[in-house]
Design a protein around this ligand. Structure first.
Ligand SMILES: [Fe+2]
Length: 385
């Protein structure tokens, strides 16, 4: 069959400690009105805003304190239009960067957000190029700084869906590991597990290719070496750097290759329960591994099984580990990171039928290495509760 793939990514990445200091220099003199999207920590945004104002640009700060909803994005787009903004900067976690990307896209494309949203909307393609966008992550995990979609919650439909387009890559990703030092341990754990799940699911995806595999292996090795260390000591610069790198690699991978059952469920669970995306992924991962390995064995899918062996060896450190050993290694890691099970986080079996139905329709489920039956999907939810 040979090797066949297409690959695309963002045009410019600036990686390294203190790279945030380079942001004012990449803002051109024509960008006079800047919308700076940030989270709760307005102070950090104020520092950056001051530096940008020194370049004679006006800066308007918009704070997104929750995961983005369709209403939040529409409010911000109205504000951006009223102020004639011609650059959007996102400084924050995945929610903030997803918001910045969606605002930049909707600022130039006429119509309602629902015209373009997947699943709950019409899913029309974006026509116009979004406003220029600079993404500066302050967490290490979602990879949103290098992806071409924004995850947005539709409150009325109780589900998280994507606004997705090849036009939505930010123009610059400025990845400064120092910005992640202030993440508390619980956030380090959940965002880190999100990154791990991106790398693992794209590695075994039915759309995987050797070029993406290379990034997945590199990212998983860095996470295996560093996630627990960063969790225990937030100032361990080498671990923070490894996690920032791994988060970015996971984002590059998922923008090119579909994910799998964990993310298939994560959107629908996140739409119903107010639990962070990373925690949901962490709770589902070992059950999904178990079901996928079992199904791959039944189908004698040797190439996928070899990949599970590789994952097991990376995370256990044992060169003789077999495919199933990755289930235990991941379970242990999630336990050490103190991430509770979905049952404790509120998931009940009453919601299983709607979660299974909605997961089957999700875009990520199409990347799962094997097609899963309803029984297998129910098993994953039961095992993770
Ligand atoms: Fe994710």
């Amino acid at each position: 069959m040979g090797i066949n793939f297409e690959f695309a990514t963002i045009s410019k990445i600036i990686f390294g400690n203190k790279s945030i200091e380079k942001v004012p220099d990449i803002i051109s003199s024509s960008m006079k009105n800047v919308l700076l999207v940030t989270g709760k920590n307005i102070q950090r945004a104020e520092l950056l805003a001051e530096k940008i104002r020194e370049k004679n640009s006006k800066v308007l700060i918009f704070s997104v304190e929750t995961e983005p909803t369709t209403n939040i994005i529409e409010d911000a787009v109205r504000l951006s239009g009223a102020e004639n903004c011609n650059l959007v900067v996102g400084l924050g976690g995945g929610s903030v960067i997803d918001s910045a990307k969606a605002i930049a896209a909707m600022a130039t494309n006429k119509g309602s957000l629902f015209d373009f949203l997947e699943i709950v909307g019409s899913g029309k393609p974006l026509v116009e190029t979004p406003l220029p966008c600079i993404a500066i992550p302050t967490t290490a995990g979602t990879g949103a700084e290098v992806t071409k979609n924004s995850v947005i919650k539709s409150v009325e439909h109780k589900v998280k869906v994507s606004l997705r387009s090849d036009k939505m890559y930010p123009d610059w990703a400025v990845v400064d590991p120092e910005l992640t030092y202030s993440m508390p341990p619980a956030l380090t754990a959940s965002t880190g597990m999100d990154a791990l799940t991106h790398l693992l699911e794209t590695f075994v995806s039915n759309q995987s290719n050797p070029f993406i595999d290379m990034m997945c292996r590199e990212g998983m090795r860095r996470i295996s070496a560093s996630l627990l260390k960063a969790f225990k000591n937030g100032n361990d610069f080498e671990s923070r750097e490894n996690m920032s790198m791994a988060g970015m690699l996971g984002g590059i991978a998922l923008a090119n290759v579909k994910l799998g059952a964990v993310h298939g469920f994560a959107g629908s669970i996140g739409g119903i329960y107010p639990v962070s995306h990373g925690k949901i992924c962490a709770s589902l991962l070992s059950a999904v591994l178990e079901v996928n390995i079992k199904a791959a064995k039944k189908q004698n899918n040797v190439s996928i099984l070899e990949k599970f062996v590789e994952i097991a060896r990376i995370f256990s450190g044992n060169v003789e580990a077999n495919a199933e050993d990755c289930i235990e290694s991941i379970k242990q890691l999630v336990q050490e990171l103190n991430i509770p099970r979905l049952g404790i986080l509120g998931l009940t079996s009453d919601n299983f039928p709607e979660l299974v139905a909605s997961a089957k329709k999700s875009s990520s489920m199409k990347g799962n290495p094997v097609t899963l039956s309803d029984d297998e999907l129910y098993y994953i939810l039961e095992k993770s509760s």
